[in-house]
Design a protein around this ligand. Structure first.
Ligand SMILES: C[S@@+](CC[C@H](N)C(=O)[O-])C[C@H]1O[C@@H](n2cnc3c(N)ncnc32)[C@H](O)[C@@H]1O
Length: 262
């Protein structure tokens, strides 16, 4: 019997549709090197482990974190790290890989507690720790401090962090409160990263970043980065810095324009 001519067309459409939804949910699939490229250790070691953990942290994020965190260590910028919103630990595992022996990583997540944003598979703190150790078998567990609860209740005392990743509540109110909290605990030459800027599904994040930058003129954008496989961008913020009396960020003004980039 002759097959209807529309069947291959339908099969192809369905396959494409399926691939697209997979692609959106699995950012790790977006590594697409040319055939001759030989993957280096970031791909074969670190990201090979990171990508097995559910989450939205992409290979591009891994590259960006790698450069910032290694460059900080190289320049002698020490200090702890903080993450708000770890989920199963995909981004956390990447951060943990760059901990120096004296440093600790503080992680705040609501875990199974109710949040404004809905997640269908909330992990436990033990589950997070297991994932971190899977990616970083050499990790000293004592270096990771897990705080269970909402970030609005997070008490950080005198702590100062060299690197902060904010990826918790995505409403404007929550994102702005997280930005203020993190800014108050950012070490000199520290970098704080906000996820999901310009993600049309989370407009509150962009609004929070804009409001924060308008009210905190001592902060500038170190980098504003798209990532393959992600809708929103990650914004890397730093405090203005003077070297030998020269403000390296002089002339940086306005919000999210080419003028306030380093
Ligand atoms: C987008 S996920 C984090 C993804 C992770 N950073 C990654 O890259 O895979 C957000 C996480 O933040 C948590 N969360 C949401 N609202 C929060 C809040 N107000 N305080 C603390 N954690 C929150 C959620 O439970 C969830 O685990």
């Amino acid at each position: 019997m002759k097959r209807p001519h529309w069947r291959p067309w339908l099969r192809q459409r369905l396959r494409r549709l399926f691939r697209r939804s997979q692609h959106a949910a699995r950012p790790q699939d977006t590594i697409n090197f040319v055939a001759e490229a030989k993957p280096g250790p970031l791909v074969t070691d670190l990201f090979a482990g990171v990508k097995t953990i559910p989450g939205w942290f992409t290979y591009d994020d891994c590259v960006h974190f790698h450069l910032v965190l290694n460059m900080q260590s190289f320049l002698g910028v020490g200090g702890d790290m903080l993450e708000i919103g770890s989920y199963h630990g995909r981004s956390t595992a990447c951060m943990a890989a760059y901990l120096q022996p004296e440093e600790r990583l503080v992680v705040c997540d609501a875990f199974t507690q109710p949040t404004e944003d809905a997640y269908h598979d909330k992990p436990s703190p033990e589950h997070l720790q297991r994932n971190l150790l899977f990616v970083n078998p050499q990790l000293d567990e004592a270096q990771v401090e897990v705080r269970v609860g909402l970030s609005r209740d997070l008490q950080l005392g005198e702590a100062q962090f060299r690197f902060i990743h904010i990826d918790g509540g995505h409403s404007q109110e929550e994102a702005l409160a997280d930005l203020h909290l993190c800014a108050a605990h950012l070490a000199p030459q520290g970098v704080m990263v906000m996820d999901d800027y310009e993600n049309k599904y989370w407009p509150g994040v962009s609004a929070a970043v804009d409001v924060f930058l308008a009210g905190n003129r001592d902060f500038v954008i170190l980098a504003d980065l798209n990532r393959h496989g992600a809708i929103g961008r990650k914004i890397y913020l730093v405090r203005k810095v003077s070297v030998r009396g020269i403000d390296l960020t002089a002339g940086c003004a306005g919000i999210l324009t080419s003028e306030n980039r380093l």
